[in-house]
Design a protein around this ligand. Structure first.
Ligand code: URA
Length: 235
């Protein structure tokens, strides 16, 4: 990769600003000052420094966010705040994107990465990656609902869902439940409850495949995945 492209990608300025930086003699590759913007560098092999500071390079970034309500799972929006607006610049420069969507009013586990292959695999309908949600339901969730979800329910557009595993945590005029589904249709959890005449009033995702939401993350906070977590997603 060209040195000017690498440095621009890493947030050292526009290509023009990076050119100026190179001209000033601030950039070294393996200890040699480099002034030519066209110079090629392999960031995995070569050591690049700017003003003597080593440039940290990684190809992929994997972030676990506890998404708060009121924020869009999108990369950009003209009017509303997106999950990318919650990232520090040092993470945003890797241009991660959310893997799948949570509704604006849904909280919980959201994975952000720039690893397109991994995102594709996690989202592929063929992979049946399980996702577990905690929800508060307006209405009494019953064993009949558990049975209906086990068989799959018909959504408002006529689609019959795959089986969902519904657990009643607390039943009453408001019920607490946990639901595991292996698909990701638009508003799926809300529409599955609508199919049995009930309304979701609070929704939070707790897990996606092997990844569990880190309970130490406050709403709006995020952290990088551990190596073990990344590995678990790649299997
Ligand atoms: N199902 C929904 O209805 N909303 C979400 O955000 C996720 C799953």
């Amino acid at each position: 990769m060209r040195i000017d492209k690498l440095l621009a990608n890493l947030g050292y300025g526009s290509r023009k600003e990076v050119k100026r930086l190179l001209k000033s003699g601030a950039v070294k590759i393996d200890g040699e000052t480099v002034k030519d913007a066209k110079e090629h560098v392999d960031p995995k092999i070569n050591q690049v420094t700017v003003h003597g500071e080593t440039v940290e390079y990684k190809e992929f970034i994997y972030l676990m966010m506890n998404k708060p309500q009121g924020v869009l799972s999108a990369t950009e929006d003209a009017y509303q705040e997106t999950v990318l607006d919650l990232l520090e610049l040092e993470d945003a420069i890797y241009k991660p994107f959310p893997v799948g969507r949570l509704d604006k009013d849904t909280e919980g586990l959201l994975l952000l990465t720039n690893d397109g292959q991994l995102a594709h695999r996690l989202l592929s309908p063929k992979k049946h990656v399980p996702k577990t949600y905690f929800a508060i339901i307006d209405g009494e969730v019953t064993e009949e609902d558990v049975e209906a979800f086990r068989k799959g329910v018909t959504l408002d557009d006529g689609y019959l869902t795959k089986p969902g595993e519904l657990k009643i945590l607390k039943s009453g005029i408001r019920s607490d439940i946990e639901l595991t589904i292996t698909e990701g249709k638009f508003h799926q959890v809300k529409r599955m409850f609508e199919a049995v005449g009930k309304r979701v009033v609070y929704l939070k995702r707790n897990s996606m495949g092997p990844l569990r939401l880190d309970e130490d993350l406050e709403l709006g906070e995020y952290r990088e995945l551990t190596d073990e977590e990344i590995e678990s997603l790649q299997n």
